[in-house]
Write a new protein. Structure first.
Length: 186
């Protein structure tokens, strides 16, 4: 494979991660706006492409839909989670990491319950099967990706998760019974 092609594949993968993070953020903002609408009684709000801007996101193999017009979709209950709720979710993520290392049925990580994008990535086991003690924690997907997805989109048996904050990373690692590193990598 041509070196330029590999670099483009890495860049595309990083951009996809960023798009996924932005989708989560847009969803959170939509829920927050809808909740605000409900609290203020402004049910007749519609999106205006001239005041908000309009866009659509297409995933691989999908055709982008035209920008949505009309009322926003219904909101989930509260878009804002308390730290107590975030801590509980992080502990659930940690239990998932522990199950993965123990070889138990993995189930869901629970990461989908955190509506915020990832700022830190916890790597417990890399693509080659190496278990990290202490775990590796990075501030960049570009640093974690070569460890867990070195050959493209397949993570193999690697065990990793992205979380929104250091607090959640520490909670997850502790709940997994693992050791948090002294240094968070860039």
């Amino acid at each position: 494979m041509h070196p330029g092609t590999q670099a483009l594949q890495v860049e595309v993968a990083e951009l996809r991660e960023e798009v996924d993070s932005l989708k989560l953020e847009v969803g959170r903002l939509r829920r927050e706006l809808a909740a605000l609408r409900v609290r203020t009684g402004s049910e007749s709000y519609t999106r205006d492409s001239e005041s908000e801007g309009s866009f659509s996101v297409a995933s691989q193999g999908a055709i982008a839909a035209p920008p949505q017009r009309g009322p926003l979709p219904p909101a989930a209950p509260s878009p804002s989670l308390s730290w107590e709720e975030r801590d509980q979710i992080a502990e659930g993520i940690g239990l998932f990491l522990g199950r993965c290392i123990a070889g138990d049925n993995r189930g869901s990580s629970g990461r989908d319950k955190l509506p915020l994008g990832s700022k830190l990535w916890i790597v417990v086991r890399d693509y080659a099967g190496q278990i990290y003690t202490p775990v590796k924690v990075t501030r960049s997907w570009a640093t974690a990706k070569p460890l867990v997805k070195p050959a493209g989109p397949d993570p193999g048996d690697s065990v990793f998760v992205g979380v929104p904050s250091e607090r959640e990373a520490r909670k997850a690692v502790a709940a997994a019974g693992l050791v948090f590193p002294a240094i968070i990598e860039k």
